[in-house]
Ligand binder design. Structure first.
Ligand code: PNS
Length: 169
């Protein structure tokens, strides 16, 4: 039997956006198993706790999680060490722009230096989500803008609840 092709999709996911969800779905068409991996100890202050971010991703991925194609988890330390522990041979990252590319390039080269057998695979972000980032979504939501379609429904509800105290989330 052919070996299971396992990929990591790492990030901060504070919160997950539709751009992330699109990339996860596309990654499942390329790999047998996709591990969405939230970096645990970050310097920057997150709006959502790790547990909230785990829950939002699991909810949003729905059937992909229940069918076992996607797993959502957290990691500490080096990404390549986590890749080795989980048996992942690839890291999937999305690119929206050349700015993203410049941000990704040193990380990718460092990861390749540390673990030459773990490759990074870039997927070009869908054009309809090219303007969508966790940071901008939080800013728009904070300032009362409409975030419909930019994040999964459950994430939008939690954002409204966190930022404006709505009961919906
Ligand atoms: O969503 P983000 O914040 O752009 O994701 C960045 C992430 C989590 C992929 C990156 O910070 C990471 O892999 N951190 C783990 C620490 C690590 O491995 N550092 C050395 C190689 S860059």
């Amino acid at each position: 039997m052919a070996a299971v092709r396992r990929a990591l999709f790492p990030g901060s996911f504070d919160p997950m956006t539709m751009g992330h969800l699109d990339l996860i779905e596309r990654a499942t068409r390329l790999f047998d198993h996709v591990v969405v991996a939230i970096l645990r100890n970050q310097d920057k202050r997150a709006l959502f706790t790790l547990d909230e971010r785990l829950a939002m991703i699991a909810e949003s991925c729905g059937d992909l999680v229940t069918s076992g194609r996607v797993e959502v988890t957290a990691f500490d330390g080096l990404l390549v060490h986590f890749a080795r522990r989980t048996g992942a041979t690839a890291v999937v990252r999305g690119l929206r722009s050349t700015t993203d590319f410049e941000y990704e390039r040193p990380m990718t080269l460092m990861n390749a230096h540390l673990a030459p057998t773990v490759d990074t695979v870039f997927l070009l972000g869908a054009e309809r989500y090219a303007h969508v980032s966790s940071r901008l979504v939080k800013e728009v939501a904070q300032l009362g803008g409409d975030i419909t379609g930019l994040v999964p429904e459950g994430v939008a509800a939690r954002l409204r609840a966190r930022l404006h105290g709505d009961q919906a989330g």
